[in-house]
Write a protein that binds this ligand. Structure first.
Ligand code: ZN
Length: 340
């Protein structure tokens, strides 16, 4: 997969390739942007293009160097991520990395290190890395990859050239999924829309999750106003016991509410993610006002933030679901369930 086959991010790729061709790669980059949009793929592509034996300023993905970079055993390419079972990148890992990039390059070409996710470096690890960035070794490039640069030390950030990566246009992501992953067109369109163009996320979603889990979750969420508190608590408890499912279901609920908002405010069907549930969406959009949907969305944001900060998952979810049940009980609204 040479550069030309990477989907999207043309501007970012152009700039990196230009630096590569001019021999002016920066000694440290920060690749930041949402998950699953191709940051790691592009960082690895950069590593391959520095070492490929077949192509100059590009890569073939087949030669021994490209293959060893892919298999993570190329001596001049280092990948740092949390070790198995660990939640952070430790100072020991950063010290090891520093030692290795200060060694002479095995191939005589540029050494490159990727740290992904960089936000998982703890404070001491970041400080240790800072020392390397203050006096970077010659012919070396470091790429910090992150979806959340806010937790990185400002002194660290100020030494990196920042390259931002946005979500891919949904049509591009859908085409990629259809062509490269041989998914049926309808399925790739739905996956691309639901993940807002995050190919990485789309690839992590099985048909079962999209069909059964998403629809069931939205159905339960929409039934909350008519439910008793016990159902709200049961829903919270179920999600609290499974972190990954919890995060997916909150995303399903968020996407559903964004769709409602799009219909309530613009009637623009092109923005709809759950387009296979259009009839139910229209029905629900007509039952509430945009202000209410906005309030749910901002509450949902607070829930997600609280969970990221490791607040008690069960308690946060209970509060959220009960508030929805409680609010609608007091308003005495009738809410229809989604079909489809
Ligand atoms: Zn190659």
């Amino acid at each position: 997969m040479p550069f030309a086959e990477i989907v999207g991010h043309e501007r970012q790729l152009r700039s990196l390739r230009l630096s590569l061709e001019n021999g002016r790669l920066h000694h440290a980059y920060l690749f930041f942007g949402p998950e699953g949009v191709g940051k790691r793929t592009i960082a690895e592509a950069l590593a391959k293009s520095l070492h490929c034996q077949e192509r100059r300023f590009d890569f073939c993905d087949r030669c021994p160097n490209c293959v060893s970079i892919r298999d993570r055993n190329h001596p001049d390419v280092h990948m740092v991520e949390p070790q198995e079972g660990k939640k952070e990148v430790s100072i020991r890992q950063i010290r090891e990395l520093t030692e290795r990039i200060f060694l002479r390059s095995f191939s005589g070409r540029t050494k490159i290190a990727l740290i992904d996710p960089a936000e998982l470096m703890n404070y001491h690890a970041q400080n240790a890395l800072l020392k390397t960035l203050e006096e970077p070794p010659e012919k070396s490039t470091l790429v910090l990859i992150t979806k959340n640069s806010g937790v990185l030390l400002p002194t660290l950030l100020s030494r990196c050239l920042r390259i931002s990566f946005g979500l891919l246009p949904i049509a591009e992501a859908s085409l990629f999924l259809a062509q490269q992953k041989r998914l049926p067109s309808a399925q790739s369109q739905l996956l691309a829309a639901l993940t807002m163009g995050s190919i990485g996320q789309a690839l992590g979603l099985s048909e079962g999750l999209v069909e059964a889990e998403r629809k069931k979750s939205i159905e339960r969420y929409c039934a909350l106003p008519e439910s008793d508190f016990r159902s709200a608590l049961a829903f919270a408890e179920e999600l609290a016991s499974d972190k990954e499912k919890c995060s997916r279901v909150l995303q399903w609920i968020e996407a559903w509410n964004r769709d409602l908002l799009a219909l309530q405010v613009t009637e623009a069907n092109g923005l709809i993610r759950n387009f296979d549930l259009m009839d139910s969406l229209r029905q629900h959009a007509g039952l509430g006002r945009a202000e209410e949907t906005l309030a749910v969305l901002s509450e949902l944001r607070r829930v997600v933030d609280a969970l990221q900060k490791n607040y008690n998952r069960r308690m946060v979810l209970e509060n959220f679901f009960i508030s929805l049940a409680c609010k609608n009980h007091s308003e005495g609204r009738k809410v229809a369930r989604p079909r489809g």
